[in-house]
Write a new protein. Structure first.
Length: 253
């Protein structure tokens, strides 16, 4: 008899449960392979599992698409903030802006090194710093920096900031769904194992091929070992013939 192996993907788990529920619903009253408790539990769990799996895959697809656009927005915000600070530093080097005014932007007056913009949190902080700093400096009568103008920087910063909120919401939703589906996968494996054990126990007295086919109708999945001979209708015929021959032998007294 080949060995069985539990499903290891969401789709294969769904298929196994669907087959078991469908076959149990079609069975005659006198052929109740599964207990009432397991049949009822499988029907309810299947609906829940189908919904969560669908939600999980929909979230995954939308997350991939949204993440691609979000990364582009982050790159734009980083580029404009970085470029503005570089232009500001050049203006200080040329003497067009007093270095002390860099403090309005929370920048070190004696350093032209760019601040760390590697994280999204850094972008939020430094974007706000330079926007407020430029507004304060121009209020004091300073000429605005162009190429990029602070309004252009602010547009990309605001877009990034707005999408950062929705990005975090999607991330938390995805984490919640992932945690839920991980738990349901464990429950599905326990339920499928219980179903398969009941099915095999019910058909245990059948001949090998008949038992294999009957179990497969309930969704059981079997694999042949390397070199293992496959079961066929002929297998059962040979066993029946051997049994009859054994029965018909007249042993001497």
């Amino acid at each position: 008899m080949p060995y069985r192996r539990l499903p290891n993907t969401d789709q294969s788990r769904l298929t196994a449960l669907q087959r078991a529920v469908q076959r149990a619903s079609e069975a005659d009253f006198n052929e109740q392979v599964l207990s009432y408790h397991v049949r009822s539990e499988a029907q309810k769990f299947l609906m829940q599992f189908e919904n969560v799996v669908s939600q999980y895959h929909n979230n995954f697809e939308s997350k991939v698409s949204a993440n691609k656009r979000y990364r582009h927005l982050v790159q734009n915000a980083r580029m404009y903030i970085s470029h503005f600070i570089q232009v500001l530093n050049l203006a200080v080097v040329r003497g067009e802006i007093k270095k002390e005014l860099k403090e309005l932007y929370h920048l070190d007056p004696n350093s032209h090194i760019l601040p760390d913009l590697s994280s999204e949190e850094d972008l939020l902080v430094w974007g706000q710093n330079i926007i407020e700093g430029e507004q304060e400096r121009t209020k004091m009568g300073g000429f605005p920096i162009y190429n990029p103008a602070i309004n252009k920087v602010k547009v990309h910063y605001d877009i990034f900031k707005e999408h950062q909120v929705s990005h975090n919401v999607r991330k938390k939703t995805a984490e919640r769904v992932y945690t839920e589906i991980e738990q349901l996968r464990k429950e599905a494996d326990v339920l499928i194992l219980d179903i398969w054990n009941q099915v095999e126990a019910y058909y245990r007295d059948l001949l090998p091929y008949a038992r294999l086919r009957s179990c497969q109708e309930y969704g059981l999945i079997y694999y042949y070992r390397t070199g293992e001979k496959r079961l066929t209708p002929e297998t059962d015929k040979h066993i029946e013939m051997a049994s009859k021959l054994q029965t018909n032998i007249q042993w001497p007294e």
